[in-house]
Design a protein around this ligand. Structure first.
Ligand code: BTN
Length: 325
């Protein structure tokens, strides 16, 4: 976890928003000496930041390194809770495992775990999640909502809406959601979401929302088995995108939706989710552990369950399945 001093330093630069901020102002903000400020700025430089220093004006950040460290994420991040604590790693097995551990140790709500690569990334239904270095966003977020256990899947749907809105906001692309939580562009998967719970009887300790986003991969970067079904924002939009910017945008959207959800419940989120959903009203195939059902996707329930009407007019509630559109 990065130090509080570093968080405050980045906050100070964020507030200055690209203009100069004096060493004294930074020192006052952090609560340290000007010599200490100078030392912290030298640390930033060794990490690849270009910091301009002008006598009688102060400091300003010119460029940031293209990584997704806590600094990159927090510089310009306009949230109240999400991402205020960032745990960054260059390489991990899975960010989910780290988030679970931090959660057990009492990490505050909004703590984000992010890595440049995952060697054992986890997908839904025990599948692996391909997470190569520096090209995607691999992150897990700790939330601690006071909601009953059975409502937790609603947060997965909420996260999917946040991702769609974030992509729409920073690109010209029009992503869609395939139930429950695949984000598609041109019918290929660009993002997957894995939600895991820490709970005791009906009490939720935390919800760990894992989000995997393909950002700057080229089509040939994907392994053969994913070539036809996966895409990235760069492939779909024709240009590379700052991964830190994507993370910031997702966190900001997620926080706004999470606040809405805590204030007004699932209904407004459900409406948004349905407006982005692919294949609602159309025929799809759902493969559950027991059977394959072909039918019309009617919508989702308040608990986020998919309703599927088969050829005989029988409506099936789908709790977990692979969907083919
Ligand atoms: C899916 O199968 O669609 C869900 C994929 C979720 C992948 C993300 S990447 C960050 C977090 N860490 C993991 O190991 N999995 C999730």
């Amino acid at each position: 976890m990065q130090s509080d001093v570093r968080t405050k330093l980045i906050e100070a630069f964020s507030t200055a928003n690209g203009t100069f901020i004096s060493g004294q102002q930074i020192a006052d903000y952090i609560g340290c000496s000007r010599t200490a400020v100078w030392k912290h700025i030298e640390d930033l430089r060794t990490e690849g930041y270009v910091v301009e220093a002008v006598r009688n004006k102060g400091y300003r950040i010119i460029t940031t390194p293209e990584k997704v460290t806590a600094n990159e994420i927090q510089l310009g991040l306009q949230t109240k809770i999400l991402g205020k604590k960032v745990h960054y790693e260059e390489s991990v097995e899975t960010t989910q495992k780290i988030a679970h551990k931090l959660s057990n140790e009492g990490a505050p709500e909004g703590t984000l775990v992010v890595a440049e690569e995952q060697k054992g990334g986890k997908g839904r239904l025990m599948r692996p999640w391909y997470s190569p270095k520096y090209t995607g966003v691999w992150m897990s977020l700790i939330l601690r909502p006071s909601i009953p256990f059975h409502q937790a899947p609603q947060l997965t749907l909420l996260a999917a809406v946040a991702v769609v809105q974030a992509i729409e906001n920073i690109t010209e692309l029009k992503p869609q959601i395939k139930w429950p939580n695949d984000i598609l562009i041109n019918r290929k998967k660009v993002t997957g979401i894995l939600t895991e719970l820490q709970a005791e009887s009906d009490r939720i300790h935390s919800v760990i929302i894992g989000i995997g986003m393909n950002i700057n991969q080229k089509q040939t970067d994907f392994p053969e088995e994913l070539q036809d079904i996966a895409t990235s924002l760069a492939i779909a939009g024709g240009q590379n995108i700052s991964r830190a910017k994507v993370i910031q945008e997702v966190l900001m959207r997620l926080e706004a939706l999470y606040e809405l959800y805590l204030a007004e419940g699932f209904l407004p989120i459900k409406g948004l989710w349905e407006s982005y959903a692919v294949s609602l009203g159309q025929e799809i195939k759902a493969t559950t552990v027991n059977e394959t059902i072909v039918g019309k996707a009617l919508g989702i329930t308040d608990a986020g369950v998919l309703l599927l009407e088969d050829q005989n007019g029988k409506v099936h509630s789908i709790y977990s399945a692979d969907i083919h559109i």
